[in-house]
Design a protein around this ligand. Structure first.
Ligand SMILES: Cc1cc2nc3c(=O)[nH]c(=O)nc-3n(C[C@H](O)[C@H](O)[C@H](O)COP(=O)(O)OP(=O)(O)OC[C@H]3O[C@@H](n4cnc5c(N)ncnc54)[C@H](O)[C@@H]3O)c2cc1C
Length: 363
């Protein structure tokens, strides 16, 4: 990795708080970590998805902070890549350089209080109003909302109309990017509600085509699902090393815990899950670099990697015995529970895989 793309030394994860979340995200921007796989015309590194995966893995290993990793992913897949793919030349030039160097923080707002998995149930509206749009609605569980400058917000063109995407700024009149409600898991990420009350936007804030929102959500989530666990590979590596060192030292009978086959098998399973998750993520990187679709591979990757992180997090606590309930290992179990839900739950990934096999018509 070249110098400008190095990983910042962030130290251990701090407590929660918007100021700390911003500071750590800015440190990543300052180290060039947000530039991978982005066009150099807009300040990107012009490299590929393999470099992105390697950088995220290194960040995960160094920070051991799933909240920070979540914030980075929401910023990238929610706004940077959505702009790169769907933005007009003017929108890309205005926003991407700022999002890469930390002058702006982004994310995307899809979920609403009454609709998470069920994207058909989204109800926020955008109504044409003179030479612009008027947005109303309520979004929930939006990563980076309290510190975001810009969010890609999905709303229906009129009640029951097709979904469209809009660039909403924190300082737009009628837009509220709020803090909370707090969820357990990925605690250092900042999360909140987005409340739109007659939020008036000029036409230039439409992202992509009118009515193309459903496709745009799908493409944004495919990238998120493919790569959101890349950083967590680094965390899983640390878990494995921590546990291995412990069982090698811990006396058991006239040997060590590591000599007990049931214990060694549990560690072997952790290693297999880690390496298999990495293979899936690298497969997605290869497909993206070849310009291929990742609908199936990204669902398989998200499903496998999120379940693997949860299983490894549970095994790590268990293998340390009661000492596993001290320190940072238990929080990773909560992080892994959040990981199974965000970006589409495990059941939703199975629905996608089944649908691509022509199965599971009744959802
Ligand atoms: C840490 C975190 C960060 C997030 N960040 C963002 C963000 O930045 N932007 C954003 O828009 N959203 C974000 N979300 C919201 C996330 O996308 C939703 O939580 C997720 O889509 C699930 O929706 P839900 O929570 O409403 O659960 P529900 O949709 O109510 O699902 C509840 C349960 O029912 C199951 N279920 C639901 N429908 C089906 C079905 N058809 N088939 C099988 N099982 C089903 C689910 O698997 C789940 O177990 C985040 C969530 C978390 C936890």
């Amino acid at each position: 990795m070249s110098d400008h793309l190095s990983v910042p030394d962030l130290g251990p994860a701090p407590g929660t708080g918007t100021a700390q979340a911003r500071e750590r995200l800015l440190a990543c921007a300052g180290a060039g970590l947000l530039r991978h796989a982005v066009d150099p015309e807009y300040g990107g590194a012009g490299d590929g998805f393999h470099e992105l995966v390697a950088a995220h893995e290194a960040l995960g290993r160094r920070s051991r902070d799933p909240g920070l990793l979540l914030a980075v992913n929401a910023h990238l897949w929610g706004s940077v890549f959505a702009l790169q793919k769907f933005g007009s030349a003017g929108q890309r030039a205005a926003w991407i350089p700022k999002l890469l160097d930390g002058r702006a923080i982004g994310g995307h707002a899809i979920t609403e209080p009454q609709a998470g998995s069920d994207v058909q149930g989204l109800a926020a509206t955008a109504v044409e109003d003179g030479d612009g749009y008027r947005l109303n609605g309520h979004k929930r569980f939006i990563t980076n909302a309290p510190l975001a400058d810009l969010l890609v917000v999905y709303a229906r063109l009129g009640e029951g109309g097709p979904l469209s995407a809009f660039l909403v700024q924190a300082d737009d009149p009628g837009a509220g990017f709020r803090d909370g409600p707090v969820v357990q898991g990925c605690a250092t990420a900042s999360m909140g509600d987005v409340v739109l009350e007659d939020c008036r936007l000029p036409k230039t804030r439409l992202l992509g085509r009118e009515g193309a929102g459903a496709t745009m959500i799908q493409l944004a989530l495919e990238l998120e699902r493919a790569f959101v666990f890349a950083g967590l590979l680094g965390v899983m590596e640390w878990q494995l090393e921590h546990v291995t060192a412990h069982v090698r030292l811990r006396p058991s009978g006239d040997g060590r815990l590591a000599d007990v086959q049931a214990v060694a098998h549990r560690v072997a399973a952790m290693k297999l899950r880690l390496d298999t998750a990495r293979l899936w993520i690298e497969r997605c990187a290869a497909l993206c670099e070849a310009g291929r679709r990742i609908t199936l591979a990204s669902a398989q990757t998200k499903l496998y990697a999120s379940e693997a992180f949860l299983d490894n997090s549970l095994d790590a606590v268990h293998l340390l015995g009661a000492a596993g309930l001290q320190g940072e290992l238990p929080a990773l179990v909560q992080d892994a529970l959040a990981g199974r839900l965000l970006s589409g739950s495990s059941e939703i990934q199975k629905n996608i895989i089944a649908a691509l096999l022509g199965l599971g018509g009744r959802r």
